[in-house]
Design a protein around this ligand. Structure first.
Ligand code: FAD
Length: 333
């Protein structure tokens, strides 16, 4: 493995790429993070309910990883100039769940990009990676513009864009990480609304910043998926207003502050993927990535430094290197 001071390229500026890049920069890597969009955390990470939770996670090792994610959010946020995590009980279908809290993803992004830059790292937005080239001497990210960015090691944390960059590298079985589409609305909170974090089959809601709520509806997402509702902001907002009003949340048309759609980066069995595709290329993809980012960031950074992490043993993509014949793979694909 490369010693401290090696060049690390991280592709993807969502919560996972930022967490890995910040932890690796702290470990002494010279980090460059490349993000395709014009801002950080705008794809799945910016279209997330961002509830850090360990509810109904299976197997036990995955639940433990989620609990560790919550703990590290709390500790990291408490030490940050601009906190990003608020511990908060959730009303989940009428049952109170005390473990967990809400993440301000934009504040998380600012804190982590700041930490990378403070360690001399580079965070670039508007930098779309067309492909990765790698051989025995190193790796190169070739940007859409033709620009080439060299590194000793590359981490792919590109969410649903990861398989396209992996193609042609190593012996990994093709991975399918395009999970169900999700929709999040940011709305002005009516003065009458006093509920905190509520999670339901029809409607989930959480506070977000000053006087705003994030809303998500599993039944609305289901209707998009089965084709009975078009993937259209106006149509989805009309449906969401009707659902919200059934739950005592009366919204006016101009209460809508933003509406976003994104596919969940989600391996087919729902569990994260973390491991080496080749000796130069590491891949990390996770559903519940907001919950897991702080813990996966540190574990992946440790593996970049050559220390195999027992917590990641069950999460290797089949065909990963080094050949983990001693490890039990729990991914079924
Ligand atoms: C509706 C919804 C609700 C959710 N609710 C929760 C929740 O309550 N709790 C929770 O823990 N998780 C939740 N999730 C899941 C969570 O949001 C994701 O697991 C997490 O954001 C994944 O982070 P990421 O960094 O891997 O992905 P992303 O945020 O998608 O980041 C990947 C980045 O890679 C970039 N990229 C891709 N290809 C390239 C390329 N070729 N070159 C350069 N950059 C590239 C993309 O532009 C993107 O910014 C939810 C997701 C959705 C959609």
């Amino acid at each position: 493995m490369v010693a401290e001071g090696g060049r690390l390229l991280v592709v993807g500026g969502g919560v996972l790429g930022l967490a890995v890049a910040a932890a690796a920069a702290e470990d002494g890597w010279r980090v460059t993070l490349l993000e395709r969009e014009d801002a950080l955390c705008t794809v799945a990470s910016g279209t997330s309910l961002a509830w850090a939770n360990a509810l109904a996670k299976r197997p036990a090792s995955y639940a433990a990883l989620s609990r560790e994610g919550i703990k590290r959010h709390a500790a990291g946020s408490a030490a940050a100039t601009e906190p990003w995590f608020t511990p908060m009980p959730a009303d989940v279908r009428g049952v109170t769940v005390t473990e967990g809290g809400i993440v301000d993803v934009a504040a998380f992004a600012r804190a982590h990009a700041g930490a990378i830059r403070d360690r001399g790292g580079i965070v670039r937005v508007g930098a779309s990676v067309a492909r990765i080239e790698a051989d025995a001497t190193g790796a190169v990210a070739v940007l859409g513009t033709g620009e080439r960015v060299g590194a000793d090691r590359v981490v792919l944390a590109a969410g649903v864009g990861t398989p396209a960059l992996l193609r042609g590298h190593g012996a990994l079985a093709p991975i399918d990480v395009v999970g169900p589409i999700g929709a999040i609305a940011r709305v002005r909170a009516p003065a009458s609304w006093s509920a905190g974090l509520t999670v339901g089959d029809e409607l989930s809601a959480r506070p977000s910043g000053a006087g705003e709520l994030l809303l998500q509806s599993a039944s609305l997402e289901e209707a998009i998926r089965d084709g009975s509702l078009p993937l259209d902001e106006r149509a989805c907002w009309r449906r969401l207003r009707a659902i919200a009003s059934r739950h005592g949340l009366a919204l006016e048309d101009d209460d809508l502050q933003g509406f976003g759609f994104a596919h969940r980066p989600q391996p087919v069995d729902g569990l994260p993927i973390a491991g080496w595709a080749t000796d130069r290329l590491y891949v990390v993809v996770a559903h519940s990535g907001v919950t897991l980012a702080p813990v996966l960031g540190c574990l992946v950074a440790a593996e970049l430094g050559g220390e195999r992490q027992i917590e990641l043993q069950g999460l290797r993509p089949p065909g990963s290197v080094p050949n983990d014949s001693d490890e039990e793979h729990i991914h079924g694909h």
